[in-house]
Design a protein around this ligand. Sequence first.
Ligand SMILES: [Zn+2]
Length: 396
Amino acid sequence: MRLSDAQIEELNARADLGALAAQFGATLRKSGRNLIGSCPLCGGGKRATRFEIKDNGALWLCAVCAEGGDALALVQKARGGDFRAAVEFLGGAASLSAEDEARLARKRAAEQEKREKAAAFFRAQEIARAQKLWDHAELFGREGVESYLRGRGCLLPGTADIRGARAVPYFHGETVDELGRRSPRVLMRGPAMVSAVRDNDGAFCAVHVTYLDASLTRKAKVSDPDGGEALPAKKVRGAKAGGHIVLRLPEDPKRLFLGEGIETVLSVATALKREGRMRGSDAFWSAVDLGNLGGKAVSSVAHPTLKTPGGKAQRVPGAEPDFSAPGIALPPCVTELVLLGDGDSDAFTTGLAMQRAAARYARPGLSIRIVMAPAGLDFNDLLVSAASAQSKEHAA
Ligand SMILES: [Zn+2]
């Protein structure tokens, strides 16, 4: 069965995505102009706000299982079955006149342009906000950051793209004033380790913030005043996709260590330095998070054990990289890549992200090694236990 773009579009426009998602088990509520809620495919994680229907009901996506698309895609993913079955499920394709086809094509082009403009505007605005935070943070110098990292057993290389900042606002939720105007709510202001996330050209694209407690030796404990739920001490603002944080970057890097978090990668750098195994040409980058380390996947796969609240297999990003999405590019002079995988996240998901990364970065003349921390541990745990074993030896 071959359908024209206009027929597919007409069919999708006829379908009600919100009603479809609900029919497949999602619980949804309004959020601004979008619908958010639990995912009909994976359940959507602990807080059921990661599934979203946007673009005036034209598009759905889930931030947990990384699936998304139009109504036809939702029907195929939720019910199984092929494209033809999904078309029939939605009531079959309409026969369209040449005029209809042309009208729908014009509409499609106009909508696409509008979407792209809006996305570019939003992205630029987010980057500008992040840049403002990075540029105007009142700095407290390296000592504060060093004291936090020392608490984690890590050294801070001189070339790290990291600053210590006072009174960085922590945004969570919204406040509504007496006129009903909504604005982001500042939960607190506190000291933070702020790191620049840079794109492949070295341009600033996002800021990574680790909130610290007043002693500057630990991460801050942040909780939601409504309900007391613990909130993350780390936040990213801007456009992080395909970006990285430079932790150590020599002039002509030959070996690059690429891992998920800042502390993970610095733990490995610190261990190598202490053992005298760090080379002058070694570079260390954080990929900000696991998803960014492996980049976007072409498709998702069923998790062997994790289940959604609905009892279906949890879907996680697969091993094959989607090269059309933005991804980290390695410096051309790098000949050795060491991918660092923590053992304290889900092993199946982490393993796939590492395979995806290895496939993404493969090129002639580059050797790639995947190093996994033992199950249940991250590289920082290893560093801290090694250091305490050493100090016990000294004491003995
Ligand atoms: Zn999902």
